[in-house]
Design a protein around this ligand. Sequence first.
Ligand code: ADP
Length: 497
Amino acid sequence: MGTEKYVIALDQGTTSSRAALVDRAGRMVDVVQRPFQQIFPHPGWVEHNPQEILFSQLGSCTELIARHGLTAANVAAIGIDNQRETTIVWDPATGAPVCNAIVWQCRRTAEMVERLCGAPEMSATIRAKTGLLPDAYFSASKIAWILENVPGARERAEAGELLFGTVDTWLVWVLTGGLVHATDPTNASRTMLYNIHEGRWDEELLALFGIPASMMPEVRPSSGLFGETSYPGLPAGIPIMGVAGDQQAALFGQCCFAPGEAKNTYGTGCFMLLNTGSEARASEHGLVTTIAAAPPNVTDTQYALEGSVFVAGALIQWLRDELGIIRTAAETEALAQSVPDTGGVYIVPAFTGLGAPWWKPDARGAILGLTRGTTRAHLARAALEALSYQICDLADAMAADAGGALDVLNVDGGASANDFLMQFQADLLGRELRRPANTETTSLGAAYLAGLASGFWSGTDELRGLRETDDVFRRTMDPSRADALLAGWHDAVRRVL
Ligand code: ADP
């Protein structure tokens, strides 16, 4: 191996861009973070300025490089992970985006998706080809909106003068000096235009949304060479060797390389992914089938089941900001531990409906089982328990869809710091929970993908070996008590439904 000491991970998130320096021991030596503006032009619309995404990302990277006096010779490779689905269309002749990026959260195309994909046969076709449930969330309708609404965009796109990319593609294109227009299968699988079984852009879906194939990036393996840096202000010639969407990067960063390995991120919401190996499992419980990042020696497409919980850490924020019964999120841990149970209180946090496996968008939340003796400690405990119950339902749905295998749950995200939550989760699931010492798993995943491809690390076994300092949570609760608590939760959910 050469003199390279580090891999750089670029973590392009929804609210900030980060650059992290990762050494051979898998330690994050340093991180630079730059927030950028969220643009809300109309109710339900969310945009980012692509140049701001770029400058926040490059700014964090150049600061990291300057702080550590790095040259191209010390950096083995760059890996990128990114907010998924967010859509950018630009003119490669000038490098100028034709409009702001349409962010994954943006609902402006909800009606279009209903119109184009609402028929049951079309919905089934999209499911079968892309693994997704048709939604405005994914890139397809966002590209169509730009072509329909930006003056001249359709003509220019049809003349082959415009390119589409998710944020990874935009960054790779700019960082390589406009040489490389490419994405990876994990990002492609979130566009609703990619056939995840055949591994190609789908002509029927491109036609449905009126998108010229010439706009679409080449799809390259997540772990492999994308191109070399060639951008003013950055050392030239650093290879970009890893690309993945943020959730798949986190799955990889958690070392979930084998079927049956899963991760859950406890953030504002939860994102849970289960590796199903080379088998694409269709869900019967409202989950989506997606492509997982594969190490360089694995040539078969790797798949995952993905599910989300809309309200997780957001419930703790609500206790803090709306009810005012706690001052900090972390305080819920001691509060929950100060009482032996919730005294029969259940919170069903269906603020924005119930997601998988229930899929009731118009359900609303409830607090059940209140008595005169209910205290804020009971409510804090009930809130943390509600997070765990939702994850339990998701895990059960995943295990059923995957044919029974969900061996270990790896956890990360802000709320995974809560030991009460983790222990209660392990008690309910009856499966082992593993919390890595470094919960910045998205950045780690991007670094791992790049470092495996460049030979910085020898293989996935070496990466597993870097993770020895985990906290492990195992069931200590009597299984019959866990069953009784879950039965109470399901009863509460039924009342909300
Ligand atoms: P995101 O990336 O979605 O913004 P983070 O992963 O940073 O979220 O996690 C922040 C969320 O986790 C917040 O909703 C917060 O309420 C919750 N949270 C943070 N720390 C704790 C804690 N110790 N116990 C419970 N919830 C927590």
